[in-house]
Design a protein around this ligand. Sequence first.
Ligand code: 3HC
Length: 675
Amino acid sequence: MTSPITTSRQGEVLILTSDSPPVNALSAAVRQGLQAGIEQARDDESIQAVVIVCAGKTFFAGADITEFGKPMQEPALPTLVDMIEALDKPVIAAIHGTALGGGCEVALGAHYRIAVPSAKLGLPEVKLGILPGAGGTQRLPRVAGVEFALELAAKGDPVSAAKAQQAGLVDRLAGEDSLLDDAVAFAREVATARPLPRASAKSITADPSVFETFRKTNGKRFRGFEAPAEIISVIENSMGKPFAEGVALERQGFMKLIMSVQSAAQRHIFFAERKAGKIDGVADDIALRPIKRVGVIGAGTMGGGISMNFLSAGIPVTIVEMQQEALDRGAGTMRKNYEASAAKGRIKPEQVDQAMGLLNPTLDFDALGDCDLIIEAVYEEMSVKKDIFGRLDKIAKPGAILASNTSYLDVNEIAASTSRPQDVLGLHFFSPANVMKLLEVVRGDKTADDVLATAMAVAKKIKKVAVVAGVCHGFIGNRMLMPRQVEAMKLLMEGATPEQIDRVHVDFGMPMGPFQMSDLAGVDIGWHRDPTRIENIRDALAAEGRWGQKKSAGFYDYDEKRQPSNSPRVAEIIEDFRKKSGAVQHEVTDEEIVERTLYPMVNEGALILAEGKAQRASDIDVVWIYGYGWPVYRGGPMFWADTEGLKKIVAGLEKHGFKVAPLLREKAEKGARFN
Ligand code: 3HC
């Protein structure tokens, strides 16, 4: 087998080039090639310096994650990095693309680092539930300081080459198109300079208070995660210690984390997210329909949010409303949102006008005639949607993709109101649509393959994580939400409080519980609007104007700062319904709440899978991570069920009288897993 590492010479400089698509992950073959190259440099007296560079789109993007859990092949990455650093001739890492994880650690092992301005560097291991295991926790704080190292390693977000240079992680910026030449020139400049700057020779120093401050500042972000705490401790405990002792701490932490359920869950999601983009039965290279202009019908919260995705990606949007006032309000909100982002420094000030300049707000429905993709985002009423799609059928150009942003309705029925059901699908965005990463792409019975594939490609362009769902009530996410909500209400009747149920969900790692979610979304959503018709707790709250946060009262009371407190009035309402319902009262334990609200979700997920409404269990996990904030360290509901044990889930469901989905039972009996 040919090595992914090729060697070449420019005079006294040896160039090691890695060509291992797609991301130059540091597989065994890459490591072996690099080792051979370093040995060649060591043994050949005519070589004075070494440049390590990568072909393709990026410098090494990390250790090869697919090798995790398999028998290790020599050389191990930490050994290779030590070997690079120990060479007594200068090694220059020439960086483009993304130098991540093990890639960044290779660069830290090199004596000098040069990067193109567009490059990014980072230690994202924490996002896989592990810590940098090839010396990163040791060399980075020695080279760039403790605070910078904590930011990079514990949060996992990469930084630009310019920021890396400011911090000392990068020595020099190269020309965008002259990386290799600039690296070779750099190598010649430093070929004879001694002593060689070795990161391991420095020590880690900082004011000891930085660690506590960092923990406190990021407490919310790190809640529930094991890896950030371990990373911070490893760096803290390495202060003032020799490199070898710090490395031993790093190794210990790495071994602990790599065996953890959290890391397995986070690695599962890494691959699940990428797999979600693949459509079973549709060729990867199917010809896509060009999407140059997008139409959006409805300038409400959803329509506006949806439009912003495209505008931000540089795709012009025609947005249509029925009334001028609604149109103006919608466009105004979009501008305000962009301005708020600019004020927070998330986008550049000039990008506000750039994005808004691509928006064509209009009352003229026929203006949608030149759009390649048209997304309907009006309220959830089948007759209204059918009417809109009937009209679209007459004016949309041939081949235009017609999409509904429905959350529940039958996409096949909507498609049937056109003469081109093959061009129709669902694009279910999650609110706020410009923020939430998930997009459910709903495949109708007649949706053409290229329409589906185009939708998935467009999703990627607007930086969404897209999952294909089949037509059913609520698709994947909302369908699984329903049994949870039903059980939560039943538990109230039997003696639990909203506070207890929400707390159990938050302790589990959700951003909020079912009742906090109701208050945020609006208790009045889906309400029949008749204050005299009071059939359940929701009706009672809505009738009293307790519509949630927007009214400062819902399942909780809210103060001016939207801080919630328990509501005596809600307790009264619940008590009243308990009496009327005749439900048997008992002490509801936290465990029962988990069994009765989360297990039924897994059960519903199994039904969805068996019916083919989701392509794979991991797609369901992706939906819940990116659409509803399921804690990523639990890997999504189906992965979580696997780790709990499917037998336990079945037993729990049976204990509470649920009908167990046949697929779940079958897997439990076989000792199989969903993932
Ligand atoms: N190992 C193995 N495969 C990897 C990989 C890695 N580190 N990184 C990416 N890939 C694969 C992906 O699975 C995908 O495969 P597929 O085409 O079969 O689905 C392919 O490479 C392309 O990846 P993306 O679709 O993500 O491509 P993008 O261009 O969108 O993004 C990227 C590129 C920014 C490099 C992104 O892939 C990424 O963030 N990768 C992970 C980086 C990472 O976590 N590195 C740390 C690894 S752990 C480590 O280094 C431990 C060390 O400290 C010991």
